[in-house]
Write a protein that binds this ligand. Structure first.
Ligand code: SAH
Length: 553
């Protein structure tokens, strides 16, 4: 025993010795006395040797902390045990509060070591599948030390922000109303079908797991030893497992037989718009220092490799028996439907700019209050909505003659209205280009502007690829830069092309960009870097001419 005592704040994990860290065991062995709630002391009893045991009741946390500090000040090594992690609704904070009240400093006071443990959110999640793959939070429903109004506000915020939520201390014999109120608040933001996992006594003798829904969860037993994990808007059930996808379904992809992105595509960095390196860089950074900062931050490691690792692990297991089946109550069938965020653009046609009243009405009905509609500079309406059946949404809209387009890093075609068809001889070429490459994925969003006459009033040359139909032939522009201080139109690379030449050339340019473009590289940067695209030589854009400012400011 040293002159100065020591406080060991130990999180021993969910309960089973196997899930306790090596340092937690060691720390228990090092201690002279052990302080904890009765049940916890019993759980670690097999590890005790000659330690003095100080047991306290559930609500005596403050006196437990005071006693621990007192003994440490006497020079003892005192283990204060918490289940899970000592820093998550555990003893760590309380002990610090008692110490601070006594004027403790790290230099002069007793030594404090916090030993991390597996918190219930993690241990319970491991038994449910992978429910907390995305942003999650913990909320304790105990109003013993927190005002209920504040707990309600947090439930509301977490519900609104679509966090996966782990409810600790959900219910006790005396406290039964809170979980009902929590359910009511969350049902304002989430469907009654949202998957919910109830885990009682994870990794302890009486472990019990129930898979249910937000609507039905109160029909099952919930108590002080239960953690309630509530899925977000994307969480789904599969084979008795609760799974939250790593990302959201973002795109409607024409090129893939109208299928939404498959999971492995979602995992690619270019499909993860929330990744740091993917910030929609529509506007060039205002200053070079911003640009430098962005470059310094660098790209995130490729997400594709995560998928590869998972697949490799699965292939190693292949052929082996499915181990670790657990006693899980089955979930209802309806849980197998996954509701995700679905994003696409809508227009009345490529050249047609007029929506009919019936189309507008249908859009209102299908999207309703399930999503948002945004009007874009590309004469499209961009839709972001939640749905469990993307195929049905698209089929309904297409039935009324609407054209659906994918959004994101794909080939987007913007055409003029051909003055309502009077000058529409080149429409078949527009159509052919759209059918061959429209909506295909590219390293960075690429727009093709198509104008039906030399007036080019829809600004074809200001697109990555610009096409103007003039004197029964086509002019081709490449590499415009539409934003930033040094914005410029595309370079005129060919004049008087035949329709056959045009279609073949545009496809060639796009294929070249798909093959040689770097992830996230804009087409004008690509053209400058590779210098020759589809046989066309890049020409430097003239530097701006410096003009003496006659006004003198
Ligand atoms: N420090 C602990 C939390 C203490 S609060 C931790 O980090 O896990 C007590 C609550 O934790 C319980 O009401 C229950 O919701 C949750 N909990 C703790 N251990 C658990 C276990 N083994 N199984 C399920 N829930 C548990």
């Amino acid at each position: 025993m040293g002159a100065k005592g020591k406080l060991l704040l130990i999180g021993f994990g969910p309960g089973h010795e196997q899930h306790m860290t090596g340092r937690a065991r060691e720390a228990i062995a090092e201690s002279d006395s052990i302080i904890g709630y009765n049940t916890y002391v019993d759980l670690v009893k097999p590890l005790l040797t000659d330690q003095a045991i100080i047991r306290t009741g559930m609500t005596e946390e403050v006196s437990r902390a005071q006693e621990a500090v007192r003994q440490a000040e006497e020079g003892k090594t005192v283990a204060v045990i918490s289940s899970g992690d000592a820093g998550v609704y555990g003893m760590a904070g309380l002990v610090y509060e008692v110490l601070i009240e006594k004027g403790w400093t790290e230099q002069e006071g007793v030594e404090v070591e916090i030993i991390p443990g597996i918190s219930a959110i993690n241990s319970c999640a491991s038994l449910l599948g992978a429910p907390i793959m995305h942003d999650a939070c913990t909320i304790s429903l105990s109003d013993h030390l927190t005002p209920w109004e504040l707990i309600k506000a947090r439930l509301d915020a977490a519900g609104k922000a679509d966090f996966v939520i782990a409810l600790y201390n959900p219910k006790s014999g005396r406290r039964t109303r809170q979980i009902e109120e929590a359910q009511r608040i969350l049902l304002q933001y989430r469907s009654a079908e949202t998957p919910v996992g109830l885990v009682k006594s994870a990794y302890r003798e009486r472990q019990h797991i129930v898979m249910t829904t937000l609507g039905e969860m109160l029909e099952h037993e919930i108590g002080m030893l239960t953690t309630v994990i509530i899925g977000n808007g994307s969480t789904f059930m599969y084979d008795g497992k609760m799974i939250t996808p790593r990302g959201y379904q973002k795109k409607y992809t024409l090129g893939e037989a109208k299928q939404a992105l498959r999971p492995h595509q979602r995992l690619k960095p270019e499909h993860e718009p929330w990744a740091l390196h993917q910030g929609e860089e529509e506007v060039e950074p205002a200053s070079s220092s911003l640009q430098e900062l962005a470059e310094e931050a660098g790209p995130e490691p490729a997400r594709g490799s995560l998928r590869e690792l998972a697949e490799e692990a699965l292939s190693l297991l292949h052929g082996e028996e499915n181990v670790g089946k657990r006693d899980v109550e089955p979930a209802s069938e309806s849980l197998f439907r996954q509701e995700t965020v679905f994003e696409f653009a809508i227009s009345p046609g490529l050249a047609n700019k007029k929506f009919s009243a019936a189309q507008m009405q249908l859009i209102g009905e299908v999207i309703g209050d399930k999503g948002e509609i945004e009007y874009t500079p590309d004469h499209q309406m961009k839709v972001t909505m939640k749905t469990g059946d993307a195929a049905q949404v698209t089929a309904e809209l297409e039935r009324e003659g609407l054209l659906l387009h994918p959004v994101g890093d794909v080939v987007t075609i913007k055409a003029c209205d051909f003055c309502d068809g009077d000058k529409g001889e080149s429409l078949p070429q527009l159509d052919e280009i759209f059918r061959s490459i429209g909506g295909e994925p590219v390293p960075k969003r690429l727009t093709i502007g198509f104008n039906g006459c030399g007036m080019a009033c829809y600004g074809a040359p200001t697109n990555d690829i610009g096409i103007i139909y003039r004197k029964k032939a086509f002019d081709l522009f490449l590499g415009a830069k539409t934003t930033g201080r040094n914005a410029h139109v595309g370079q005129l690379v060919a004049e008087g092309m035949s329709k056959e030449q045009l279609v073949a050339t545009v496809i060639k340019v796009v294929r070249d960009f798909q093959q040689r473009g770097m992830p996230n590289e804009r087409f004008h940067k690509f053209f400058k870097r590779v210098q020759v695209v589809a046989g066309y030589q890049y020409r430097d854009v003239p530097e701006p001419i410096a003009v003496d400012n006659v006004c003198g400011d």
